[in-house]
Design a protein around this ligand. Structure first.
Ligand code: SF4
Length: 122
């Protein structure tokens, strides 16, 4: 998976991330949901009733996202699902991105999906 530090500017990172998400384009929502529920690091924390390590820290959203999701193997599935279901209204920390970064990614992601579907998502 691409990482922000691999790029000179954040916009290039978002484009590369949208390209990576292309491989999830044909995966049904319920399959993505199963992946996130089964493999998501935060799901494990919550189902084990432990207090997340990051609670109470004075972190920016971007730092918080990076910390919560750093080792999660479901990041791409999580991102794909959130972009599909919440779109530009996405809030909180999902897929290792802050909501501001995810909204920026959404515009890139949507343009790629619309071009894939000939100008519009159905
Ligand atoms: S990417 Fe982050 S928010 Fe999504 S399932 Fe993994 S830990 Fe949870």
């Amino acid at each position: 998976m691409v990482e922000p530090e691999d790029f000179d500017n954040f916009d290039d990172y978002l484009v590369a991330l949208a390209v990576e998400l292309d491989r999830y384009a044909d995966v049904p929502d319920d399959v993505l949901t199963d992946i996130v529920r089964r493999d998501g690091s935060c799901m494990w924390v919550y189902t084990n009733s432990e207090i997340p390590e990051w609670t109470g820290n004075d972190l920016t959203d971007r730092e918080l996202a990076a910390r919560i999701c750093a080792s999660c193997t479901a990041r791409l599935a999580c991102l794909e699902l959130e972009l599909r279901t919440a779109g530009p209204l996405t809030v909180g920390v999902w897929g290792a991105l802050s909501e501001q970064d995810r909204r920026a990614l959404y515009m890139v992601w949507l343009a790629r999906r619309e071009s894939r579907h000939g100008g519009g998502l159905s």
